[in-house]
Write a protein that binds this ligand. Structure first.
Ligand code: MN
Length: 350
């Protein structure tokens, strides 16, 4: 798929220039730490430096985008200027102050390309869905392998490191965000940073992690109980979070807004009197970026569509005591929500 054309169709400008790494990745399908993509009605050019030139030429053998070796932004802007471009579309909120100043020096009339990117990138192609499916598969295979290795005395950091190792071993390029491993009371902090606390018998474990495959992310969370029997309270809250997760999973359909999706889980928790402990949004779009459009939350007017990929992650947190979150990466397909994950969501006791 030629994403340069897909985007440029909706751009009202003579040309479009993109330098942000994630957007550049989307346009070229090629990962790089430096480069510019220029697109107009006639052509698309990927300007990159000599480090990437050879790989880019090999990767972009399809004719829709040509590769041009350059070292400086000036030479790119000179090229665009030479094409008599007046109105230039750029992703405004991704520009550094320096980049903005440079564009103004060249006297382009700037328009914002970001809304078009945000919308287009939220609906995934078949190929993108396959990359995300694979990233999810690697993450959950690693999770299932990890469960057999959890033992008393391991630190959160050791478990995080091992989980990341298993994902890489399974084919991941990288983790998709900083792996969250929380033991005991630390589970009550939704984004706890893994530290030196040790795993002991009779405590919850919360694991929130994901990996990248061909540039696309996965995201999943499981909360389990380690050693002995979970408390009655833990069981009760777990059932409520599980119920909220399933209420959202079964109720989200294309046409609902992010707010309505969030309410499916939140209303379920309200019925159990746990809603005031659900302190974050239900979910977020997932793709090249781990957090992207749409948001599924109380303030989101985003309309959900077939082909969108997002997290379903209700949670309940009791400060200083414990927290529970259950998260799958899911997608909308032919009018219903489907999950990329098959890993057990029922309470796991190790
Ligand atoms: Mn998430």
């Amino acid at each position: 798929m030629d994403n340069t054309k897909k985007i440029f169709r909706y751009i009202k400008a003579d040309g479009m220039l993109t330098a942000a790494p994630d957007l550049r990745r989307y346009l070229t399908g090629f990962p790089s730490s430096f480069g510019f993509v220029y697109t107009d009605a006639q052509e698309s050019v990927f300007f990159t430096d000599p480090r990437y030139a050879e790989a880019a030429k090999a990767a972009l053998h399809n004719e829709y985008i040509s590769v041009n070796v350059t070292q400086t932004a000036d030479s790119v802007l000179d090229y665009i200027k030479s094409k008599k471009v007046r109105r230039l579309a750029v992703p405004l909120d991704r520009l550094t102050v320096k980049e903005q100043e440079k564009l103004l020096q060249y006297r382009f009339k700037l328009t914002d390309s970001m809304p078009v990117f945000t919308k287009a990138m939220s609906v995934k192609s078949e190929e993108e869905l396959e990359f995300i499916r694979k990233a999810c598969e690697i993450a959950q295979t690693a999770y299932e392998a990890l469960l057999g290795s959890l033992k008393e005395g391991l630190t959160e950091n050791e478990v995080a490191g091992y989980l990341e190792y298993l994902m890489r071993k399974g084919g991941a390029q990288d983790r998709s965000f900083e792996t969250i491993v929380a033991f005991g009371v630390n589970t009550s902090v939704p984004h706890h940073a893994a530290g030196h606390d040790k795993l002991r018998l009779g405590m919850p474990i919360l694991l929130d992690f994901g990996c990248k495959y061909c540039g696309y992310c996965s995201d999943m969370t499981r909360t389990l109980w380690f050693g002995g029997k979970p408390t009655e309270e833990f069981r009760e809250v777990y059932e409520a979070v599980y119920g909220a997760h399933m209420a959202a999973f079964e109720g989200i359909v294309p046409g609902k807004t992010g707010r309505q999706a969030d309410a499916l889980a939140r209303d379920y928790l309200a019925y159990r009197n746990f809603d005031k402990f659900f302190t974050h949004s239900l979910g977020h779009g997932i793709g090249i970026n781990i957090h992207e459009f749409p948001t599924l939350g109380p303030n989101s007017d985003a309309v959900l569509k077939d082909g969108m990929v997002f997290s379903n992650e209700p949670g309940v947190y009791f400060e200083g005591r414990f927290g529970i979150r259950i998260e799958d990466t899911v997608y909308l397909d032919k009018g219903i929500t489907k999950s990329f994950m098959t890993a057990d969501k029922k309470l796991t006791v190790l």
